[in-house]
Design a protein around this ligand. Structure first.
Ligand code: DP6
Length: 349
């Protein structure tokens, strides 16, 4: 017999960034973060997990290529899930798996991203969240989303925020064992549903410095990161929660842009400096800043993760259409800039 589960998980984009860990193994951050989860039909990971007595080892294929599951992060997630698995029985198919059997049975995982992996589009977030969620369903793990978020966190920090839709806060927590470092939903997907997110895919190449090693270097060498984690982010988290509650777009845009810029300033403050944005990214920032100033109040927010791609958030469809017209004029896809395409909702141009 073979038992399988398929799940789809959207990626999330941080508007107050997570950057820096206080515990590398458990993946515990040095500050809270807040993100918005994208529509599940758009940038997402689809994962199928299967279990069968015929499987002789745990195996995983990502975008058609076999990848190793032996890494510590995968193993931590698998261990946590197996220890919480429950008895499963399907009389019709003659399947009976006891809690103890789960420790011995092997799983096969097949996962696809419908967007560039490791190009700074938070693919690890959707990937690990989807892996943990689908395995939890397969193994009949009876934990709520917040417990599952703490397991997904051990796969990749930002993954814990992808277990919820809408606006999500990852609470850094204080406990040494990480039990209180979980994600909570601040507002569901209907709360601010006129926001439109456009991603300008500046480059789909794999980034040179992974988030994991980049933030390790920042924690070790940047004086600015300490000030950011202690003084700046705690205030911004309080403000951002209020701004989201009130759906105050101008304040939302100001905070989002400021936090993205400070995160990249921390990267520059790191030794050796990390350059995630490129000239095209900088030109997109200038273009948005000029437009916002010209309009008198912010119409668009920009944020960049660990890569050059721009995530642009506009407050309604009309503003998004105008934004796209401008972007297409100044940054035509496949022009002399290295900008590839725009991803808007489910259309790529
Ligand atoms: C810039 O979650 O990819 O996207 O926990 O080491 O797997 P690890 O890092 P990861 O870092 C994401 C960093 C970020 C900001 C964010 O998503 O908050």
């Amino acid at each position: 017999w073979i038992l399988n589960v398929t799940a789809q998980t959207p990626t999330n984009i941080a508007v107050i960034k997570y950057w820096g860990k206080r515990d590398e193994d458990l993946i515990l951050p040095i500050n809270d973060s807040i993100s918005v989860t994208l529509d599940p039909n758009h940038l997402c990971t689809t994962t199928s997990v299967a279990v069968s007595p015929a499987f002789t080892q745990d195996r995983m294929w990502l975008n058609g290529k076999e990848v190793s599951l032996s890494g510590g992060r995968y193993q931590n997630c698998l261990r946590e899930l197996r220890s919480r698995a429950s008895d499963f029985e399907d009389e019709k198919k003659g399947i009976k798996i006891t809690k103890k059997n789960w420790e011995k049975l092997h799983v096969h995982v097949v996962s696809y991203n419908n967007f560039p992996t490791a190009a700074g589009l938070a693919s690890s977030a959707a990937g690990l969240a989807c892996l943990v969620f689908s395995l939890a369903k397969l193994m009949n793990v009876k934990e709520d989303h917040s417990k599952l978020s703490a397991i997904a966190r051990q796969g990749s920090g930002s993954a814990c925020r992808s277990l919820y839709g809408g606006f999500v806060k990852w609470i850094m927590g204080k406990e040494e064992n990480g039990s209180d470092s979980i994600a909570v939903q601040l507002a569901d997907e209907k709360h601010w549903d006129d926001l439109v997110i456009i991603i300008a895919v500046v480059s789909s190449r794999q980034k040179e410095t992974s988030s994991t090693s980049g933030m390790r270097d920042s924690v070790e060498t940047s004086p600015l990161i300490k000030h950011r984690a202690k003084e700046v982010v705690p205030k911004r988290i309080i403000e951002m929660e209020e701004v989201i509650r009130k759906r105050d777009f101008p304040a939302f845009a100001r905070l989002t842009c400021a936090d993205s810029n400070q995160f990249h300033a921390v990267c520059l403050d790191t030794l050796p400096p990390i350059f995630y944005m490129n000239d095209t990214s900088h030109r997109i920032i200038s273009c948005v800043e000029k437009w916002n100033r010209h309009e008198g109040s912010p119409q668009v927010a920009y944020t960049f993760d660990a890569g050059p791609n721009a995530v642009l958030i506009s407050h309604n469809r009309k503003a998004a259409t105008l934004l796209l017209q401008r972007l297409l004029f100044y940054f035509p896809p496949k022009s002399d800039t290295d900008l590839n395409s725009y991803v808007i909702g489910d259309k790529t141009i």
